[in-house]
Write a protein that binds this ligand. Sequence first.
Ligand SMILES: *[C@@H]1O[C@H](CO)[C@@H](O)[C@H](O)[C@H]1NC(C)=O
Ligand SMILES: *[C@@H]1O[C@H](CO)[C@@H](O)[C@H](O)[C@H]1NC(C)=O
Ligand SMILES: *[C@@H]1O[C@H](CO)[C@@H](O)[C@H](O)[C@H]1NC(C)=O
Ligand SMILES: *[C@@H]1O[C@H](CO)[C@@H](O)[C@H](O)[C@H]1NC(C)=O
Length: 422
Amino acid sequence: MGSSHNSSNFLKKLLPYTLYALFPITLIHIYLNPISFSPTPSTNHITISSSSQEILIKNSVCDYTNGEWVPNKLPPLYNGSSCGTIKQGQNCMLFGRPDSDYLHWKWKPKQCNLQRFDPKTFLNLLKNKHLAYVGDSIARNQLESLLCMMGTSSKSNLYYTDGEEKKFRKWHFPSHNINVSIYWSPFLVKGYEKNAKKNYNTLYLDVIDESWGSDLMYIDILVLSVGHWFLHPAMYYYKNSVLGCHYIENCTEIGFYDVYSKALKTIFQEIIIQRKGSHGNSINVYLTTFSPAHFEGDWDKFGACSKTQPFKGSEKLLEGMDEEMRRIGVEEVKKAKLKGEEFGNSSVRVEVVDITKLALLRPDGHPGPYMNPFPFANGIGELVQNDCVHWCLPGPIDTWNEILLDLLIKRWEVEEYKGGIL
Ligand SMILES: *[C@@H]1O[C@H](CO)[C@@H](O)[C@H](O)[C@H]1NC(C)=O
Ligand SMILES: *[C@@H]1O[C@H](CO)[C@@H](O)[C@H](O)[C@H]1NC(C)=O
Ligand SMILES: *[C@@H]1O[C@H](CO)[C@@H](O)[C@H](O)[C@H]1NC(C)=O
Ligand SMILES: *[C@@H]1O[C@H](CO)[C@@H](O)[C@H](O)[C@H]1NC(C)=O
């Protein structure tokens, strides 16, 4: 409760004006990646049981959810000055964060190993495809991590920018003919954000947000990431009538859990309706689970998230809102995955990028006071703004894209065997 309330206050005060300011685009330095890439994945990953025609993939039992952060000597692929797309308030290095231990951990799932992100593999898998990130500022955070990592291997052009504070952007990687986009859609469904006249959000839970929904036919890989905007005061419509509200006087309180689940149902249904049976032109959908915040006390007081080390596995349990939001995401993905499979030819595939637990263990990964440049240049003031929601770049959020790549590789191995197309 405490943390959700604080996080909600933080977002209320901050979201409208600071989150979308962009750093002037600086040159992207390209450096050679020392990791070699083998263009065909080793086939010994796949074993076929001829009797059942079952495809068993080594590692397919890997559960990313459970594991621990272990020390990592290798530096991140990029840094605060080598990548030009990092949003100002998340460039912790450039803004004077003094410690660097937070950069030297890797996620070790219990039963398998997560490979270091290999930009060349990623680029090869995405050849001639359109990858779209859709969601809120956490989606953008994850997208920028990806662009920074891809940028170490290939140059991109920003060829489209639209919306207040560049909420919609598209990049093209000419080397592999890849398009990467970000769409702002904090509810995924149709909604109006609160404004000066109306102090709450309005959501239409049975209608997809057309800002990205109308592009569904042109997306090959879709990464969805929302959550924190569902905590704000809101009025919910469902099939043209008011279903209820959250934190609004004289309106029936219905909380936001069922609302979040309805929103996911709506968009998965819409994706399936639009893309089912599109032969050889499948869509792979990845839902990033809820990203926990780490406020300890008020967001504008010194030390709101000042830890410099990860939690050990048993030190922090997944509980409360974080657990429930994750559970709903996982549940809705499971249902959508089955629905998608009903239509054969794997035209719609839905997976979860389950990061809630591993992110929960990283209280050290947020910008905290370094959301502002050199916050302690003149000593510690009485009020110190802290971002304990987003993630430093580079930082733990790079791992989410390592998981995404791992899932894409596995998908590709299956398709390669079946002679299909990713
Ligand atoms: C950042 O990375 C670039 C390119 O690899 C390198 O030249 C530079 O020294 C790095 N800067 C810092 C502060 O580590
Ligand atoms: C990338 O975007 C351009 C411009 O909209 C389009 O012409 C091209 O077909 C797209 N390529 C892919 C692979 O989506
Ligand atoms: C809520 O209802 C009460 C009782 O009818 C009324 O006095 C109050 O002004 C209402 N508040 C708002 C914000 O509409
Ligand atoms: C799968 O694709 C093939 C050829 O593209 C088509 O003949 C078949 O009807 C499709 N099956 C389903 C279940 O959509």
